[in-house]
Design a protein around this ligand. Structure first.
Ligand code: HEC
Length: 612
């Protein structure tokens, strides 16, 4: 009798899992549980306070979801999509949830016309991909921007859009052919009418999306949207209707993620692979660390892999055991957090890399790296910070020296994309700042030799020059991401450095506190440039427009508040980070409410300003 009951239960469990796997967004709840939960909830490493698997089986799926979304387990799934949280709740409770209504937007939010996108969407004014082009300059010409410094005083909020059920907003808006393409950390992509904000279509994918969307107009007239998710999947989507054409996982590590946008060039996608394994390591039970950053080249038509090159060449292997006997691994790290920059003249691509996650240190971490476009072979590496082994345990009082040998490891990643610029007389430079607060000018013809360097910020784990700078071919515009805890009002600022010489052209301090609470004027978001104006957002939600001439603030808008939205979803702005505005055809699009990496004010709003 007992046997048959247990067999029965096993069958039911099996059935339950099969049913779950059959939903539209098939998720492997078991795999997610193993990666993000099991370490504390079962086995020899289980936390005495944590409910066991048996105890969680007795909970309702709703109760588990509540704990993941609003309760004590929230931080454990902060980077997971809504579909993944639901899969986890169903897996550990072994019960089904009611149908998901979190992502619903009212029918009235959809566009009335079912018109197809324009046949040549990329021919007109556009902001495509992360950096608006293969060299990531984040510069929009006067012609495409249709906006000048004189228009700023006439800027009006034209519409606001609320991302339903979202707790963060920070991916780069992309605009082409009168449509806006954007995605969220909840794992949803939206295609909106750029003028009115009505919805053309939406798509839910497996994991959170942090990357900008990159569009390709194929010769047969098809418009394709490419992006990556936080489970290291790359997608190609028919941008007319929102149908997934292919989906490819580019890295097998359970913590692998695509944070920056893949770069598209000549029929290939160059995908930067990163990982938050480094922040999982606050726990001595975690077998730190085995992720290696890489670039993966895919055939854009089929998703077929052409090459994959790791930034850490050695395969991670067992190293030593820590004080509680956990077997550790290394080398690891060298994550790629930025969109590659393509150099067509030298047939290479450049990225900056991040720190090592575990000992031993390697030679291509915290480096500028040049990869051959055809073969993926590393042409050269210029390491800027040696021996930077950093992970989430470094600043903890119970730091394990075996996991983090140096508690003051600086964590000087390259987060923003390198810029390839002409500096006259036929010479070029690769210019990029990093979390150390220094901007470097590297020589692409001399294996990345440093021609000049200029400090513009103090630097630090969450500071320095963060998500990205912009250039007009004369200067580089780099915001200051530093947060000065002892004097918050002195944080932030904007710096302009001459490309040819490394000379500081001007520098202005941050926005100050001006009675704001909370106050965090740090400027980690990527900046955006049009002729005469540079735009930059703060961690406390202020969008500032500076004159490129002298740094005078020409316009400022407070996004950290509630907005009435065109799609009738309750929405508020907050911290501005990661992406920067897209300025296209007389309109400025920006989102607000970034809740990762130093974000203090979560939000879910996309704002569209118009100059009339
Ligand atoms: C670092 C250890 C750790 C990890 C990782 C972890 N948990 Fe927990 N979990 C705990 C502890 C400790 C408690 C009990 C104390 C509390 O609620 O904070 C708990 C409580 C819970 C509860 C009960 C909460 C309540 O409201 O009673 C659920 C459900 C749960 N965890 C699910 C998960 C899921 C699902 C994951 C994976 C996404 C996960 N946990 C990851 C340590 C962890």
């Amino acid at each position: 009798m007992g046997v048959s009951v247990s067999v029965m239960r096993k069958l039911l469990v099996l059935l339950g899992i099969l049913v779950i796997a059959g939903t539209a967004h098939a998720q492997d709840g078991a795999a997610l549980y193993r990666t993000y939960c099991a370490i504390c909830h079962e086995g020899p490493t289980a936390d005495a306070q944590a409910p066991s698997r048996e105890a969680m089986k007795r909970m309702t799926a709703e109760r588990v979801l509540e704990s993941l979304e609003k309760g004590s387990m929230r931080a454990r799934v902060a980077e997971r999509s809504r579909a993944q949280r639901r899969a986890l709740a169903e897996y550990v409770s072994e019960k089904r949830l009611a149908a998901d209504s979190g992502g619903l937007i009212p029918r009235s939010a959809f566009c009335n016309s079912t018109s197809a996108p324009s046949t040549n969407a990329l021919a007109g004014p556009a902001w495509n991909g992360w950096g608006r082009g293969i060299t990531n300059t984040r510069f929009q010409s006067a012609e495409a921007a249709e906006m000048t410094a004189d228009d700023l005083s006439h800027l009006r909020l034209k519409w606001a859009f609320g991302f339903p059920g979202a707790s963060s907003a920070g991916t780069q808006p992309v605009v082409a052919g009168g449509r806006l393409y954007i995605a969220t950390a909840e794992g949803e992509m939206y295609v909106l009418d750029a003028r009115t904000g009505c919805v053309h279509w939406t798509l839910e994918v497996e994991a959170s999306i942090r990357s900008a969307i990159t569009l390709e107009q194929r010769t047969n007239g098809e418009l394709i949207a490419y992006f990556g998710d936080q489970a290291a999947n790359v997608y190609a989507v028919d941008a007319k209707v929102g149908k997934v054409l292919w989906k490819v996982r580019v890295d097998e590590h359970p913590h692998a993620a695509i944070t920056a946008a893949p770069q598209l060039y000549n029929g290939r996608l160059y995908v930067p692979v990163s990982s938050r394994e480094e922040s999982q390591v606050g726990d001595p039970r975690y077998p730190c660390c085995s992720f290696r950053g890489s670039i993966v080249a895919l055939d854009a038509t089929t998703g077929r892999r052409i090459w994959k090159t790791y930034t850490v060449s050695q395969t991670p292997g067992p190293t030593i055991k820590n004080s509680i006997g956990t077997q550790l691994y290394g080398p690891a790290g060298g994550a790629v957090w930025n969109t590659p920059t393509v150099d067509t003249k030298r047939n290479v691509l450049y990225v900056g890399t991040g720190n090592n996650f575990a000992p031993p240190s390697t030679e291509a971490s915290d480096s500028l790296v040049a990869f051959d476009l055809n073969t993926g072979q590393v042409r050269w590496v210029h390491q800027v910070t040696e021996n930077d082994i950093w992970n989430g345990s470094c600043r903890l009082p119970n730091r394990e020296a075996a996991v983090c040998p140096e508690k003051d490891a600086p964590d000087f990643d390259f987060t923003g994309s390198p810029l390839l610029v002409d500096i006259g007389s036929g010479r070029q430079l690769i210019v990029v700042g990093n979390k150390s607060g220094v901007i470097f000018g590297f020589d692409p013809d001399d294996r990345g030799k440093i021609i000049w360097q200029r400090r513009v910020a103090n630097g630090g784990s969450g500071g320095g020059v963060f998500w990205g700078s912009a250039t007009d071919g004369v200067n580089i515009y780099a915001a200051n991401a530093d947060f000065l805890a002892a004097d918050p009002g002195a944080s932030g600022g904007m710096n302009v450095v001459e490309l040819g010489t490394g000379r500081l052209v001007w520098s202005v301090p941050g926005a100050g506190c001006a009675n704001r609470n909370p106050c965090k004027p740090s400027q980690a978001a990527a900046v955006t440039l049009i002729p005469g104006v540079v735009f930059s957002g703060t961690m406390d939600g202020r969008l500032r427009a500076y004159s490129t001439r002298d740094g005078k603030v020409l316009w400022e808008y407070n996004t950290a508040r509630e907005f009435t939205t065109v799609n009738a979803v309750k929405a508020n702005g907050g911290s501005m980070s990661n992406s920067g505005p897209a300025i296209v055809g007389g309109m400025l699009y920006v989102n607000s409410g970034y809740s990762h990496h130093g974000g203090i004010l979560p939000g879910n709003v996309l704002l569209a300003f118009s100059k009339e």
